[in-house]
Design a binder for this molecule. Structure first.
Ligand code: ZN
Length: 171
């Protein structure tokens, strides 16, 4: 069975950057996702389209197909009063809303007396990402899964932690 829209696709993969550093991998359990519903990043989803179970893949995503280029406009200074804690250090990451009200992961660059310099670029922005892995299984998704826009079985990798918000049933 081929990977097409509304299929439940199980993959494992290793994600590295162009320097060969491994940034993420599925060794703690395969990833199962619903194809065609933006459960995973669009560039990866496009590249998996049409593969079948057992296929190996090696996919290189340029920054524009992954998390975009880094933008200096997204490095901003905010007052410390915006944080709920005084325990702030360079390198810390947190979720926040950017000026377009999108949820983003921001990184603290520098902590000053009254202000904090943060980088609202995605931590993986500007990186070429290489995914190497295998398609483990492809099956038809259930009607319920398609209506929810995600999968109801298998290991939940950390790609859809908004699950509880949209489902009032157990998985
Ligand atoms: Zn659900």
């Amino acid at each position: 069975m081929n990977v097409t829209k509304d299929k439940a696709v199980t993959i494992n993969y290793k994600m590295s950057n162009s320097a060969g550093e491994v940034l993420d991998n599925t060794e703690d359990g395969d990833l199962i996702y619903l194809h065609g519903h933006q459960n995973i990043m669009p560039g990866l989803e496009n590249a998996l389209n049409g593969l079948k179970s057992g296929d190996d893949f090696k996919i290189t995503l340029k920054p524009e197909d992954a998390f975009g280029e880094k933008s200096d406009d997204r490095i901003i200074t905010v007052g410390k009063e915006n944080f709920e804690t005084d325990n702030l250090e360079a390198g810390m990451q947190f979720q926040t809303l950017d000026h377009d009200e999108n949820v983003v992961i921001a990184t603290i660059i520098e902590v000053k007396d009254k202000d904090v310099v943060i980088d609202e670029n995605h931590p993986l922005a500007g990186m070429t990402l290489i995914f190497e892995g295998k398609v483990i299984e492809v099956r038809d998704a259930t009607e319920e899964e398609i209506s929810h826009g995600h999968i109801h079985s298998g290991h939940d990798h950390h790609h859809h932690h908004d699950h509880d918000e949209c489902c009032d049933h157990d998985h």
